[in-house]
Design a protein around this ligand. Structure first.
Ligand code: NAP
Ligand code: MG
Length: 473
């Protein structure tokens, strides 16, 4: 049982203004795994005031001072990796290998990337007699979801720190444990008082208090589209900058070549990773119609090979995060059957032998792009295979969506892979598994307006100042 009842404000662990707690449920056991405090607007006011006071000093630190601090954080993060992984297993059900591996590794990767970017980042650009300076935007509210807890927090906190901003983190109620450990890491590493603050609680209370706050300069949000829209409205009256990283319904295009079966298998296994709870998941698998049978056979075999069960063990897939998400996913699976999609693997209900915990069967449908299961983000281990006639058709299907977060193209002819990727209307495309911490990540269309990761992630936290008549150096 974890009792995380204090908030981190102004460099100290403090009690909430009013005592109120919530239980955190382990989705694999349905048992209470711990408690957190639910904060109020008074806690937000305290945290924002601390961040404002700290901004005066932190915004004036040198690149070297900030690099030193990020280095100290890196040393503390390395010591707590096992604890972070264990917390992620308990709070959101990621299987051990994934939690201790990629989940914790993504956080470390964003920290290392922030250090590398900060070393050479150009804050001042000279244009003749003018300097265009990039300066920290100020006090930032960081509002994060539960699906990749360390990725989502670290991709915001480290660029914000590196650029000289101060911040208030609002972690998700469903997965608040790893954020608490991260706050301990930042405290131990010597982050100056008020530079980083954390208040736990509900989005409706803490999130709204931050988005509407007079003294918050920007909000960086990752989560669902409706909440993103609400935050933008709430932030409008104080003219805050709002960075949004929302959902997706990304296409994975497999080209017609010798690698088709292997690529389909890889895409299917990839979709089931993290129980499908990934905003950039390739949830629509586009395959050539002439080879549909072969693709379906490969996807079926890959989905049925995914081991599901107790996430503390050596399984490929744990539960989904909560009863609420389980029910939403079950509704989509039923909807797919009702609207006439062909079930290839998985289907309704829990996997055999698992009668406790929010476990979902790795599910594969063959459908069409007009079906609800192909249009809405399911956020679960549900893949929809869609057949295309030719490359133009594949691109048309890929782009026929409200979202534009990610895309995938796999094939042996790199020239063709590149040409297809160029035509897809999304912010981030992985060709044959390409991955890069320095490349910007963010969405076109309703997938958002921000760009995180690498140097582009720094720009989210920077204002632009023109200094005219600057004179010679
Ligand atoms: P969400 O409801 O958008 O929540 C994300 C964060 O925003 C949480 O910390 C949440 O607080 C907070 N929040 C909620 N209402 C708010 C408000 N009015 N103002 C400010 N902050 C607010 O997402 P979710 O509940 O975690 O997941 C729901 C759906 O969102 C998923 O099914 C999926 O479709 C999508 N999603 C997308 C991503 C992505 O990376 N693109 C990630 C996660 C989820 P609470 O702690 O109260 O929830
Ligand atoms: Mg929610």
């Amino acid at each position: 049982m974890r009792d995380y009842l204090k908030f981190y404000i102004d460099g100290r662990w403090v009690d909430p203004a009013e005592p109120k707690t919530a239980e955190v449920i382990n989705p694999a056991t349905e048992q209470v795994a711990g408690r957190i405090s639910l904060g109020s607007a008074a806690d937000v006011d305290r945290a924002v005031a601390a961040a404002r006071r700290a901004f005066a000093g932190w915004s004036q630190t040198t690149r070297e001072q900030r690099l030193d601090l990020l280095g100290a954080i890196q040393a503390e993060y390395a010591k707590r990796q096992t604890e972070l992984g264990d917390a992620i297993i308990e709070e959101m059900g990621a299987p051990s290998g994934l939690a201790h591996g990629f989940h914790v590794g993504l956080g470390a990767g964003h920290l290392q990337t922030a250090i590398e970017v900060l070393r050479d980042f150009v804050f001042d650009e000279r244009h003749g007699d003018t300097i265009v300076a990039k300066e920290p935007i100020g006090v930032c509210a960081l509002i994060t979801p539960w699906n990749w807890p360390m990725n989502q927090t670290c991709v915001k906190i480290f660029p914000a720190l590196a650029t000289g901003c101060t911040m208030i983190l609002k972690p998700p109620q469903l997965a608040p444990f790893s954020a608490q450990i991260l706050a301990e890491i930042l405290d131990k590493a010597g982050v100056p008082a008020g530079v980083f603050n954390m208040v736990q609680g509900s989005g409706a209370v803490i999130g709204t208090a931050l988005s509407t706050h007079d003294d918050v300069d920007m909000v960086s949000f990752t989560g669902s589209e409706p909440v993103g829209v609400q935050i933008q409205k709430d932030a409008a009256t104080t003219v805050k900058r709002v960075g949004l990283e929302l959902g997706g319904k990304s296409a994975f295009i497999v080209l017609d070549d010798d690698a088709l079966a292997a690529n389909v298998a890889g895409a299917t296994a990839g979709m089931m990773g993290n129980s499908g709870q990934t905003c950039s998941a390739g949830s629509r698998l586009l395959v050539p119609a002439s080879r549909l049978d072969e693709a379906v056979a490969a996807a079926k075999a890959a989905a049925e090979a995914v081991t599901v069960g107790d996430p503390t063990g050596a399984v490929a897939m744990g539960p989904v995060v909560s009863k609420g998400q389980y029910n939403i996913i079950q509704d989509y699976i039923r909807k797919g059957l009702e609207e006439g999609a062909t079930l290839v693997a998985g289907g309704p209900g829990r996997p055999d032998g698992l009668d406790r915990g929010w476990f979902v069967k790795p599910t594969v449908f063959v459908g069409t792009n007009d079906m609800v299961i192909a249009r809405e983000e399911i956020f679960g281990p549900v893949l929809v295979i869609i057949a295309y006639d030719d490359i133009d058709h594949a691109v048309e299907i890929a782009n026929d969506t409200n979202f534009g977060l990610a895309g995938y193209v796999n094939g042996t002819d790199l020239k063709q892979v590149r040409a297809v990727a160029r035509r897809m209307r999304t912010g981030w495309i992985s060709m044959n598994g390409g991955f890069d911490f320095h490349a910007p990540f963010g969405g076109y269309k309703r997938s958002g307006n921000g760009r995180e990761w690498g140097p582009h992630g720094f720009l989210e936290y920077l204002e632009t100042k023109s200094l005219l008549g600057y004179g010679a150096d």
